[in-house]
Structures are given as C-alpha cells and as structure tokens.
Write a protein of this length. Structure first.
Length: 408
C-alpha cells in the first residue's frame, strides 16, 4: 500500500509552507533517510528525509506551491503500484467539476494551494497541476493548449508560461529612456509589510530619545574581550549588555513588558525579549525566552546562536513568536536615533543607537564622553509618556553602572 508523503507542521502557528525543491523524481528509488524534499516557512528553510522505502509514485504539488501543513504532497510505494482508487475517483470528480462549472472565484489567485492531486484525464482531456491551473487563470491563457513537459504528460507552470508572449528582460526601457528593474516582493517581505502596516494604522505611537555615558560599558567590553579564562565572557558584546540590562529593568515597568489585547493588558511575570535580526530574507525577530533568568554569559551565547540560526534559515518557527518586548540595534550602522516600529501586540520596543562623543560638565569643566543613544517607542494606549521616561531613566542609570548590576 502506498505511503503518503506529508507536509510537516513546523511550529504551532505555521499553517502552510512553500514546497521549494523535490530531491527525488517520479519513478526514482527512495530509501529511508534519503533527502526527499525541501520547504520553507515565512522565515526558515527545512529539509525533509524519507521515512519510507520504495519508489516515488506520484508528486501532487510542484516546486513553488504553497501547501497547507499536514497535506499529502506525494506517494511512495512499490514500482507499478497505483494510488488508492477512492482518491483517484475523488480527484477525477473534482477535476470534472472545475471544467463544467467555472466561476469567477477560480480565476482569483489563491494564497494557499488547494490540497488536490493533479487530475488524470481520459481521452482528449488534459492533466495539469493545481499551480499550472491557477497561473493560467492569472495570465489569461488556456492551459489545455500547452505542451506538457511534466511527469506522465502533465502540464506544469512553465508550460503555461510558454503560452504567453515573452516579455522583455527584467531591465525594461521605456520611451522616456528611463531604465528600471522590477523585483517581486518575497513572501517574508510581504508578511513584514502587513505587520508594519497594521502597527502604523492601529497604534498611537510615541518615541522618546535619550543617551547615556557608555564609558563603563566600553571599558568592561575591552576587559572581557581580552579575558581568555574559562568563564567564556570574551564574546560578550555591547548589545548583549544592553539586553541584559533591559531584562533586569523592565519588570519594574510592567506596562512595557506586556501585550495589549483589545480592552485588556496582559502583564508578563518573566521577560521574553524579541531580538531584531537583519537577514537576507528580511527582518527576523527570534525570542530570547526568560531573559531575566539568564546570566550575562548565557545571554551572549544564546543570542549569538539565535542570530546564526536566523542567518542560516533554520530557526524553529516557535522561536519567532511569544516576545513580550523587543530590542533592535542599528548602532553598528551609524544611526544616532530612530523610531522603531512596535511588534503587535507588544506595547513597546527599544532602539539601540550608535555611540557619539558629547560634552558634559564636571567640576566646572566640560569633558568629552561616549554617549550611546536609546530610542523607546511605546503604545500610548497602554503606556503614558512619564512611564516610558521612567523606564529609560532607570535603564540608562543601570547601564552607566553596569558592573554594579552584575553584582545584584
């Protein structure tokens, strides 16, 4: 009996995945443990190994299809084995319904692929993948006129594209001699855009900017960097220190370590910090859970690990949710102040800025000092300006006397 190949569920909130690569083709021998296919969520990429042995009998979704999790995407069985009759009949009936009862709804691109197997047709009927059908509807061509190049004579998306007159290359020249390049937004970029739009439209935001004397942080960072002992603190960064200080300060300001949910505010007893990470796939914000319970060394090690997983594209989606407050650092890029955008339903986000030299009065003289900027954006529905200011005041005080904070 054929064994179904299932699209895995990665994380509690992931509802669909993009099937990116089939590493086996129909008719090819598959052994248990073989790399079978690759897929991606909004933020991460995964490889899936086969748990069955046999021949790849059927591929039900193409590379590039968006597939609901826990959906059958292929079948493995004995050579020559046919898919279950009940399923084949269901596929046939679904295909007949599509041809005899077209509707406007079918012509609209769907965000998630229908979990329907490519339908085998009899006589002069054509078999085509769900993606090819949707693409044909989008660009206004008849997929039945395509020359099939897929397995077992199936029409696939590239066959549909061949029906449409070829457009110019990506670099387009207009009559006014202007040149430009068009690039489709990635799925991750679209998701980021949707979240940012919601944040801007729903949240009355206030941003407070301040700075503090980073002399002690810089001195301590220099000493730790030179330390080669077994304590493992040589890799601690300024950003790690700021995150450590935030985790020890924000519980004194519970309205900022919170989620605003309609008419209720959920105040958290522990600090789960979102750490903004810039990657090639776009902004990712993994969660550093229970930050208030971690040592400086553990803080540094765990954050570096999460950042690396984000860059590698293999971070568990469960770590991309659940943050109660976010820290985003643009200091290494030379930004002196900015207005970070709140990740809903959180009530605040802290921006870390670059270090600039300023002057301060001491014993009647003006002396230079390295000033690190901080930008706090908060949801004014949950947090008042004075509350935000008190948080910044306590945080900067702790950062200026960071050595004492380590003794607490």
């Amino acid at each position: 009996m054929a064994t179904p190949i299932i699209m895995p569920k990665q994380g509690q909130t992931v509802e669909s995945c993009i099937l990116t690569v089939w590493h086996k083709q129909v008719g090819e021998q598959v052994f248990e443990g073989d790399l079978l296919f690759s897929y991606e969520t909004d933020k991460a990429v995964f490889d899936e190994e086969s748990t069955a042995e046999g021949v790849l009998l059927e591929i039900l979704f193409e590379e590039g299809d968006e597939v609901p999790v826990l959906t059958t995407i292929g079948l493995i069985g004995e050579e020559g084995e046919q898919p279950p009759e009940a399923d084949a009949q269901a596929f046939h009936e679904a295909d007949q319904a599509e041809d005899t009862h077209p509707s406007e709804k079918d012509a609209v691109p769907k965000p998630i692929a229908d979990p329907v197997e490519p339908v085998l047709r009899d006589g002069d009927r054509v078999k085509a993948s769900p993606r090819a059908r949707r693409l044909a509807a989008e660009i206004g061509v008849d997929y039945r006129q395509a020359s099939p190049s897929g397995a077992e004579g199936r029409v696939v998306s590239q066959d549909v594209l061949a029906l449409k007159p070829q457009v110019a290359p990506e670099i387009v020249e207009e009559q006014d001699e202007l040149h430009y390049e068009e690039m489709e937004l990635s799925r991750a970029r679209k998701l980021i855009g949707d979240r940012m739009r919601a944040s801007f439209s729903e949240v009355p935001r206030v941003t407070l900017n301040t700075s503090f004397d980073a002399s002690e942080l810089l001195d301590l960072r220099k000493k730790l960097k030179a330390d080669r002992s077994e304590q493992g603190l040589s890799g601690v960064t300024l950003n790690d220190m700021v995150i450590y200080a935030v985790s020890r300060t924000i519980l004194n300001h519970p309205e900022l370590n919170a989620h605003l949910l309609g008419e209720k505010t959920r105040l958290f007893r522990d600090v789960h910090l979102g750490i903004a990470v810039d990657t090639e796939r776009g902004l990712m914000v993994p969660t550093f859970f229970d930050a208030n319970r971690k040592s400086l060394r553990d803080t540094s090690v765990e954050i570096k690990s999460m950042i690396q997983q984000c860059h590698d594209g293999n971070i568990n989606p469960d770590y991309l949710q659940g943050a109660t407050f976010t820290v985003t650092n643009l200091g290494p890029l030379g930004i002196e102040s900015f207005s970070p955008i709140i990740n809903l339903p959180q009530t605040g986000i802290l921006g870390v800025n670059s270090i600039a030299w300023k002057l301060k009065e001491q014993d009647g003289e003006y002396i230079p000092y390295p000033a690190m900027g901080l930008s706090l954006t908060f949801d004014h529905r949950a947090v008042d300006g004075a509350q935000g200011a008190r948080f910044l005041k306590e945080l900067t005080g702790r950062l200026e006397t960071f050595s004492l904070l380590l003794c607490v």
